[in-house]
Structures are given as structure tokens and as C-alpha cells.
Design a protein around this ligand. Structure first.
Ligand code: OSB
Ligand code: MG
Length: 370
């Protein structure tokens, strides 16, 4: 199978509400959409690199540069027998997993379409519906947070994640727990703390959290292992796991008891699939993370979440929580029981609205073999 062209759409979409993490407050998303044409069949994907290097070191501009100048020349020269070969073919490029994943995921979608299968089936998925949770950003007041949580529970979500940062942590968690004693609750710190904060996390043990996501440094495993020894609540790594080998190391050193899997962060769907399998062999459950994706990336996440070890509700939520305008039809919908039905049509199984993409596009380029 040969990649014949890669079309890159650079897009900006306004969010309905601001989203605040420990590192930034955003009101729009700036990202890339790819069309990867493989032997005449086109697959769509979304590159989850952000405008600024705050979640990871990649950005929209680094992704454009690396896609154009390094990834495209390599993939155009190959004849692939399977999508699993795409990421290994790029091993001479250090890092830039989000840029690599964008091509790999577009290839996977084209591959599934060629076979007339859903992406879930092509990946080896075993679920026809997935459990959905929500990630709620830092708010301007605790009252605002409590009313947001109330709304999400009313919409059917079965797991609530709240973002924390120094100054918006223990007291907020205490108030949420007092108001909602029985919900599945977790926190995500996006690397805002250090081992100086062990006492804070020990105090969090009192609130029956499902897990604490990425409390410490964005590349760290060692300190996370030290923290895990001193607290009862499971640690879940997000930022620190970039590959199957990273997942193995984190598990071997007991730095993580749960893993947030994001295909973009780990170089694509093959790597995400391998990580969930390795984790299963060590009784480590995983769940699918989110990067405020548009419908295209969201659809990929829906299919990825059907793999067997995605046993916890993920951050794959209803399209309506995110952008003023969505790029797919139908939109991703969460039902009143908190689940999403997985489409069984070919590939992602949603229709991409190309006119809508053109409307929000700020650049457009087509890469072909030279
Ligand atoms: O850490 O999981 C994260 C969004 C952007 C960057 C990082 C993260 C997030 C989320 C939102 O938590 C998940 C979503 O609803 O897409
Ligand atoms: Mg996270």
C-alpha cells in the first residue's frame, strides 16, 4: 500500500466555553486535519498538537514543519503491508509523535475503508458501545463547578474528572465530594506539582478518588513512583507515556496503576493498541483520553475505545460540549445512559463536512511524492 498524497488543512474552531487546565485557559482550538490517500482511498485524521507547547513540546507549526520536511518524504518512499508499519518507518525522526500519529491514523482510516470495515473492527475492537466520562476545566468559582457537574450528571455521564492546580485543589475536591458523595470522581493536575506536595496528595486520599492523573512533571516516572508509594489513590499517567516502551517502564517501576491512552501522544493507533494490551497483561486498566478534538479526532477516539482493555470511562464526550460548529455528521452523541454507540460503517463511520472545514480553514496544502 502506497501513500499517494497527504492533504493538510489548518483550522481554527471556537469553543462554546473556555477550557482551563493548570497550564492555560483556551477559548478556541487551532489544529490540523489530514487526508491521507492510500492506493486511491482517502482516510481522515486529526493532529492533536496545540497552538502552544504547553501540554507537550509539539505545536501546530512544529507539526507542519515535521510533516512536510521529514515525515512525508519518508512515507512517500514506502510500500506498506499494514498500518502497523507506519510508525516504525519513522523511527529516524526523534519525537514529534503527534505529527507521526496524524499520518498513521489517516492511513488506518483509509485501510479500514479499503476493507469495508469500521475502524474499530480493523483495530480489533470488541465493543459496540463505549462508556463516556467528562473532563471539566478549572472554573471561576466552586459554585460554577458544582453546577457544571450537576449538568453533566443529568446528561448521563458516569465519571467526572476535574482539573486541579495549586490553589484549586484540595478544598475544591472536598466541596465536590460533600455535594456528590457517590459519583465516580477523579482529578487531573497536568503536571502542576512536585514531590514537595506529597502531603497534599496524602490528604486527597480521604476523598475516594478513582485516580489522580499526571500530578508530577510531564516526562517523569521516577518521582511518580515515589509519590505512589506514599499515597493510596492510584496514579494515572498521561503526559509521561509516549510509547509502548514508556508504558512498560512505568508499569515496571510502579509509577502508574492506570494509563490514559491518547493515540496522538503515543504515535498512533497501533501503539495505543499495543499499550492497552501490555497494560492488560499487568492488570492495569486504561481509558481513552481527549485533546478537545473536533469530530474527526473524536471519531478516532470512539473506535480506539472499543479495544478490550479500555475498561474505564474515558474523556470521549458528546460533540455538543466542545465547538460552536462541528465538522462531522452525525455528531458524536452520548445517550442518557452515558454511552456512545460505535458506528459500524466503513472507517470512522461519520461523514466529514468538507464545506465546514473550508469555512474555518486558515491554510491548505497538498503534499505529493516529488
Ligand atoms: O490532560 O487530558 C488532558 C485537554 C487538552 C489537553 C490535555 C487534556 C485535556 C482534557 C480534555 O482533559 C479532554 C477532552 O474533553 O477532550
Ligand atoms: Mg490529562
Amino acid at each position: 500500500m502506497k501513500i499517494e498524497s497527504i492533504t493538510i488543512h489548518e483550522v481554527k474552531l471556537d469553543l462554546k466555553n473556555f477550557f482551563e487546565t493548570s497550564f492555560a485557559r483556551v477559548t478556541y482550538e487551532h489544529f490540523l486535519l489530514l487526508q491521507v490517500t492510500v492506493d486511491g482511498v482517502t482516510g481522515w485524521s486529526e493532529c492533536v498538537a496545540s497552538e502552544s507547547p504547553s501540554y507537550s513540546s509539539e505545536t501546530v507549526q512544529t507539526a507542519l514543519h515535521v510533516l512536510e520536511d521529514f515525515i512525508a518524504p519518508i512515507v512517500f518512499g514506502r510500500d506498506y503491508a499494514h498500518p502497523d508499519e507506519v510508525l516504525p518507518s519513522l523511527h529516524v525522526i526523534r519525537g514529534h509523535n503527534m505529527a507521526k500519529a496524524a499520518v498513521e491514523m489517516g492511513f488506518w482510516e483509509a485501510y479500514a475503508r479499503t476493507r469495508g470495515e469500521s475502524l474499530s473492527k480493523a483495530l480489533g475492537g470488541t465493543r459496540t458501545k463505549i462508556a463516556s466520562g467528562v473532563s471539566i476545566g478549572i472554573q471561576d468559582s466552586v459554585d460554577q463547578l458544582l453546577s457544571k457537574i450537576e449538568g453533566e450528571l443529568a446528561d448521563g455521564y458516569r465519571r467526572i474528572k476535574i482539573k486541579i492546580k495549586p490553589g484549586w485543589d484540595l478544598d475544591v475536591v472536598r466541596q465536590v465530594r460533600e455535594r456528590f458523595p457517590d459519583i465516580l470522581l477523579m482529578v487531573d493536575a497536568n503536571s502542576a506539582y512536585s514531590l514537595d506536595d506529597v502531603k497534599l496528595f496524602q490528604e486527597m486520599d480521604a476523598y475516594d478518588l478513582m485516580m489522580i492523573e499526571q500530578p508530577l512533571d510531564y516526562h517523569d516516572m521516577w518521582d511518580h513512583a515515589a509519590l505512589q508509594k506514599q499515597i493510596k489513590t492510584p496514579i494515572c499517567l498521561d503526559e509521561s507515556v509516549h510509547s509502548l516502551d514508556d508504558a512498560r517502564r512505568a508499569i515496571e517501576m510502579s509509577a502508574t496503576r492506570i494509563i490514559n491512552v491518547k493515540a496522538g501522544r503515543v504515535g498512533g493507533l497501533s501503539s495505543a493498541r499495543d499499550i492497552q494490551k501490555l497494560a492488560a497483561e499487568h492488570d492495569i486498566p486504561v481509558w481513552c483520553g481527549g485533546m478537545l478534538e473536533s469530530g474527526i479526532g473524536r471519531a478516532h477516539n470512539v473506535h480506539l475505545s472499543t479495544l478490550p482493555n479500555f475498561t474505564l470511562p474515558g474523556d470521549v464526550a458528546d460533540s455538543k460540549r466542545y465547538f460552536v460548529e462541528e465538522l462531522i455528521e452525525p455528531t458524536v452523541q452520548v445517550r442518557s445512559d452515558g454511552t456512545i454507540q460505535v458506528p459500524d460503517g466503513p472507517g470512522i463511520g461519520y461523514t466529514v463536512l468538507e464545506d465546514r472545514i473550508a469555512k474555518h480553514r486558515i491554510s491548505h496544502r497538498v503534499l505529493t511524492p516529488s
